[in-house]
Design a binder for this molecule. Structure first.
Ligand SMILES: Nc1ncnc2c1ncn2[C@@H]1O[C@H](COP(=O)(O)OP(=O)(O)O)[C@@H](O)[C@H]1O
Ligand SMILES: [Mg+2]
Length: 267
């Protein structure tokens, strides 16, 4: 079973929206999907009440100590993908979800402030040595070319591991997401041929690829720990660049700014 957590400090970045979008896209791709909601705000439970379909089942789990147990039960019961939606900020349940996940997705609007606000979440992710990726969400449609330019320069100039932690594609800001949520649907159900649906299906494929790839790397790391393999680096533990290490004593991870990426998106 793959367990994916949507987590970040900032409210309104799209954790719940993407949790629903990905859960439904995974289900449509043939997975047996469960959703855990650790946020008492209840966005996903409310979504399920509006939904006339039983699946995917949303299970509220607020007690951090219960998360591991629920995941084990899901895996035994044949669930193949669990998506966990978390509250904004860091609390015990979010930390437990991160601890027991296979991949953390960190949604952020494409502004430096939003990306910098992911720091506390990244600290927890790093503490548990979990693979993660940013998902740029609510990107402006008209600014799309600028974001693509930024990505190109990111590809050219950034260290390889930065590109590895930026999920593809970016999720544009579109009413579909809000309308789907209000209708108790995933965006891929709301307008299956729409652009938002295409983006979410692609994001699901990217996520799955990332999961499968990282699990291969994880196995390689286990072999390395057992002394059976050498020269395999932990897949996406970000390290500050050598020449920036001293200057960035506060931020122990690279930010876009460290890599001279400018987000000229009009935000
Ligand atoms: N890509 C998007 N396009 C348009 N609206 C979005 C998008 N992603 C999220 N939203 C809207 O932004 C608001 C906050 O999203 P939400 O998923 O609830 O964030 P979080 O769970 O991180 O607090 C909601 O009203 C949601 O419908
Ligand atoms: Mg939410």
């Amino acid at each position: 079973m793959y367990t994916i957590v949507l987590a970040t400090q900032k409210g309104g970045s799209g954790k719940s929206t993407l949790a629903i979008g990905l859960a439904v896209a995974a289900q449509q791709a043939g997975h047996n999907v469960r959703v855990i909601e650790t946020d008492r705000q209840g966005t996903l439970s409310n979504w399920q009440v509006r939904r006339n379909l039983a699946e995917p089942i949303v299970e509220p789990v607020y007690d951090a100590r219960m998360i591991e147990q629920r995941l084990e039960a899901f895996a035994r019961g044949g669930v193949t993908v669990t998506v966990i939606d978390t509250a904004s900020g860091i609390n015990a349940a979010t930390t437990a979800a991160i601890r027991h996940c296979d991949l953390c997705l960190v949604p952020a609007r494409p502004s430096v402030a939003d990306i910098e606000a992911t720091a506390p979440t990244l600290s927890v992710i790093r503490a548990w040595r979990k693979p993660f990726a940013f998902v740029l969400n609510q990107t402006p449609i008209r600014g799309g070319h600028r974001i693509n330019d930024a990505t190109s320069s990111l590809d050219e100039r950034a260290p390889r591991d930065i590109a590895e932690v930026l999920a593809q594609p970016y999720i544009n800001m579109r009413n579909d997401h809000q309308d789907a949520l209000a209708a108790g649907l995933g965006v891929t159900e709301y307008d299956p041929s729409g652009k938002s649906a295409q983006e979410l299906r692609s994001l699901w494929r990217w996520t799955l690829y990332k999961l499968a790839g990282d699990i291969v790397m994880q196995e390689a790391n286990e072999l390395k720990d057992a002394g059976e393999l050498t020269e395999v680096e932990f897949p996406i533990m970000l390290q500050p660049q050598a020449d920036k290490a001293e200057a960035s004593s506060v931020r122990a991870y690279p930010t876009w700014a460290d890599n001279n990426v400018t987000w000229e998106t009009g935000f």
